[in-house]
Structures are given as C-alpha cells and as structure tokens.
Write a protein that binds this ligand. Sequence first.
Ligand code: SAH
Length: 232
Amino acid sequence: MLMPVYILLSLLLFTPSVQEDAYKAKREQMVEQQLKRRGISDKAVLNAMRSVQRHLFVPPSIAAEAYTDGALPIGYKQTISQPYMVAYMTQVIEPTPAMKVLEIGTGSGYQAAVLAEIVKQVYTIEIIPEHGKMAAARLKQLGYDNVEVKIGDGYAGWEEHAPFDAIVVTAGAESVPPPLFEQLREGGRMVIPVGPVYMTQTLKLIQKKRGKAVTRNLMPVVFVPFTREKQK
Ligand code: SAH
C-alpha cells in the first residue's frame, strides 16, 4: 500500500532512531571545531569522538553543555575531561583494534567508552565506588561489552590482565606509579599527568623501550588529583 509522502516523512522523523541522538550535530561541530582544528587527525579517534554520546556521561542537568569546550563536574568533586583532552590522550597512545588498554580514573566512563570504540579491550579502575558503579552500569547499558570496571586504587594497576599495550591515567599523579610502568608491555605507551597536587601538571608520554622509560613532555594540564585512599 502506498503512503502519502507526508505520512512517510513524519514517520521517519519521529522514529526513535532519528530522535534519540539530537546531539549528533553538536558532536560533529565539536569534532570540527575543537578537535580537528587543534590537530587531532587520527581517523579512528575522530570517529570514536563522533560516536560516543558524551551527553549520557554527564549529569542530566548539564546534558546540554556536554559538547562545550571544557571539563564538566560529574559529582564527588570529580570532572569529565575536556573533549580535546580525551581525544588527545587517546591519539598519543596510537590506538589500534588489537590493543588491550588500562585506564586509571574511570570517572564517568567517557574516556573508557572512547577507547572501547577503537581497541579490543579496556580495563578501567576507579577509586570512588559511586563513580565506578555508575560508570559500569552506564557502559553496560550502552553496550560496551569490551570494558571492565574495577573499584579500587589504580596505583597497583591490574596485575591479572597485564601486560597492557597502553595505559591512560586520567588523574594527576605526583610521580609515575612503578606498578603501572611494570605492567606496560615492551614498546607500549603510557600517557599520564604528573606534577604536584592542585597545581599545573605536565602531561607525559612514556614509552617502554628495552625495559626503560623514554619520556616526552607533551603539555601543561590540570587534572583532579590521583588519590591513594578511598574518598568520602
Ligand atoms: N576518565 C574520566 C575522568 C576522570 S576524573 C572520564 O572520562 O570521565 C579522574 C578520576 O580518577 C576520578 O573519578 C577519581 O576518583 C579517579 N581517581 C583518582 N585517583 C585514583 C586512583 N588512585 N585509582 C583509581 N581512580 C582514581
């Protein structure tokens, strides 16, 4: 049976799949203006940033701000990093589909989701139980079957899944936790903000070469502190 064009059109426009992602245009704009212009060029990273629905990783009250050019509060004094920082840290580890990546500082789960779009398996550790639980539920609901969340102190890494092809640390550490470097495979890369608490840190890219750390300082950054004990 033939349907008049206007009925067909309105059906198309109001089906959930079209409505659901009202933020698609904002994401595209974010990719063009915040990422590409500043030198994010890895296609897989750009595609991941286009795909992950960042507005679902922030508190619903600020969903409309999810694609703005900055970090946003996610509760318990923590923040979801600026889109550019997430893309940049993802790009510098040179992610490929075969990789197994460890993230320290799950927070909202957004960085984990971006990684999960590209690599084979993501392991992520969060010290604040509320964040860890919420992120795990959110990632599961969104279908990220290749992310495993653990609640605990990321300082010790995740021995049973080591070695990792890359490690992404999203909290500012005073120094590089030795267990993390140990759990990096030969040739693997770790990106980590290092510096005094509540001061500007230096984002460092560390590659393990013949067992030794080859370090490159990337840029000054400000991350929430890497803590060692459970927070209230
Ligand atoms: N990657 C997150 C943002 C992280 S904010 C996102 O995409 O939303 C940094 C997170 O690191 C916070 O949630 C904080 O609780 C966590 N964190 C700080 N120290 C930690 C530690 N020692 N182990 C694990 N997580 C830690």
